[in-house]
Design a protein around this ligand. Structure first.
Ligand code: AKB
Length: 336
C-alpha cells in the first residue's frame, strides 16, 4: 500500500509553527502532519498532529514507516535565553533533534530516490561580534557565536550542508542531493498574533504587546541604544514559502540572511508613542542578556537572498506599524 505523501512541521505550536501552518494551508498545501511537545489548539487545517518529542526515536521511525515526506519544516528549537539556562538540554534538542530529522529525511530520500526538501530556521545568533560593526554582516563573516543557541544553529547549518553534499561520499551508495537543505538566518521576529518565549530579541515584541494590552509601562531588559535586525512574522513566513518554492538550480547558497528594519529600543518606543501616547518604558538591564545582543549584528546583508530568490521584505518599520501592528492590536482591544 503506498504511503500518504505529507509535509512534516516540527515545533508546530511555536510562534513560527502556528503562522506557517496557517500560511501553507491557505496556499493549498495538503496533508500537513505536525509534531510538537504540546497538543495543537487549532487542527482543522492539518491532516494529523503528533504530540511528542523530536528526540523520541519511536515517533520518528513511525513517521518514516507511515508516510512519504515531500518536505520537512524543522522549526522545533529552544531559543537563546532558555538555552543559556539549560545548555545541555539545548544541545540535545537543537542539535540531536535536528540530526534525527536529517536522518529521517535521508532515509526517506533513499527509499523514494527523490530529494527531500528540508527547511531549517537559523538565526543572527550564529554571528559573534567583538567590536561595533561598520557594514551589514555577510553570511561568511563573524561566525564566532558566543551563545549555546548560536553554536547549535551554526553547527546544524553545517550539518545540513554536509548531509546535502557529502553524505556517504566514501561508500558505494554515495548519492549527493538526497537532502535539499535550505536555511534562513532569521533576525528578531515580531508577531501580533503570538508572543515569543525564551528568546533574547523578545524585548521589542514584549514592548509592543505590553502597550497593546494597555499596560502603562514596559520594563526593558536591554538598554535604549540596543539595535538588532528585525522583521514582522508575515514577512518571515513569506520568505520560508518563497525559498522552499524556488527551483534548486537558482540557489547558489543554502544559508541566507534576511531582515527588514533595525530600530533601536528608543526608536521603537517612539513609534509606539504615536499610537499609545502614555506608554512608558523603564530599564532594568540584565547585563548577560545585554552582552548576548551586543554580540549580534545590528544590520545583516541580504543581497544573496535578493540575487538567488528575489527576496525583499514587504514591510518597513513604518508600514509594519500602520498596516500590521496597529490595525490588528487596536481591533483586538476593541473586540475584547
Ligand atoms: C532569540 O532571541 O533567541 C531568537 C533569535 C534571534 O534567533 N529570537
Amino acid at each position: 500500500m503506498s504511503r500518504k505523501q505529507i509535509i512534516l512541521i516540527t515545533g508546530a505550536n511555536g510562534e513560527m509553527g502556528k503562522n506557517l501552518i496557517a500560511y501553507l494551508s491557505k496556499a493549498g498545501s495538503e496533508n500537513i502532519v505536525t509534531l510538537d511537545l504540546q497538543p495543537l489548539e487549532e487542527t482543522s487545517t492539518i491532516y494529523r498532529h503528533i504530540t511528542g518529542s523530536i528526540l523520541d526515536q519511536q515517533i520518528i521511525d513511525d513517521i518514516n514507516a507511515d508516510y512519504e515526506i515531500k518536505a520537512i519544516y524543522h522549526l522545533a528549537a529552544m531559543l537563546s535565553t532558555k538555552s543559556e539556562y539549560d545548555p545541555f538540554n539545548a544541545n540535545q534538542v537543537n542539535v540531536n533533534g535536528t540530526l534525527k530529522l536529517i536522518d529521517l529525511a535521508i532515509k526517506q530520500g533513499i527509499t523514494t530516490n527523490k530529494p527531500i526538501q528540508f527547511f531549517f530556521p537559523s538565526s543572527i545568533a550564529v554571528y559573534g561580534l567583538n567590536t561595533s560593526q561598520a557594514d551589514p554582516i555577510k553570511e561568511s563573516e563573524c561566525l564566532f557565536p558566543k551563545t549555546i543557541y548560536g553554536m547549535n544553529k551554526l553547527y546544524c547549518e553545517q550539518l545540513g550542508v554536509y548531509f546535502s553534499n557529502n553524505y556517504h561520499r566514501l561508500t558505494k551508495d554515495y548519492s549527493p542531493g538526497l537532502l535539499d537543505f535550505r536555511s534562513i538566518r532569521f533576525p528578531g521576529l515580531i508577531s501580533v498574533t503570538t508572543q515569543p518565549t525564551g528568546g533574547t530579541s523578545d524585548y521589542l515584541p514584549e514592548m509592543l504587546h505590553c502597550a497593546a494590552d494597555n499596560h502603562a509601562n514596559y520594563n526593558c531588559f536591554v538598554n535604549k541604544d540596543t539595535r538588532l535586525p528585525f522583521m514582522i512574522m508575515p514577512d518571515a513566513i513569506d520568505a520560508i514559502y518563497k525559498l522552499m518554492s524556488v527551483q534548486k538550480s537558482y540557489l547558489k547558497n543554502q544559508i541566507y540572511n534576511i531582515s527588514a528594519f533595525s530600530p533601536s529600543v528608543e526608536e521603537f518606543h517612539n513609534k509606539i508613542l504615536n499610537y499609545y501616547p502614555n506608554f512608558n518604558i523603564t530599564y532594568d538591564v540584565e547585563p548577560e542578556r545585554q552582552k548576548m545582543v551586543d554580540g549580534w549584528p545590528s544590520e545583516v546583508c541580504c543581497e544573496q537572498a535578493l540575487y538567488d530568490w528575489d527576496w525583499k521584505p514587504n514591510y518597513s518599520l513604518d508600514n509594519a506599524f500602520s498596516e500590521y501592528f496597529i490595525p490588528y492590536l487596536k481591533s483586538k482591544t476593541i473586540s475584547t
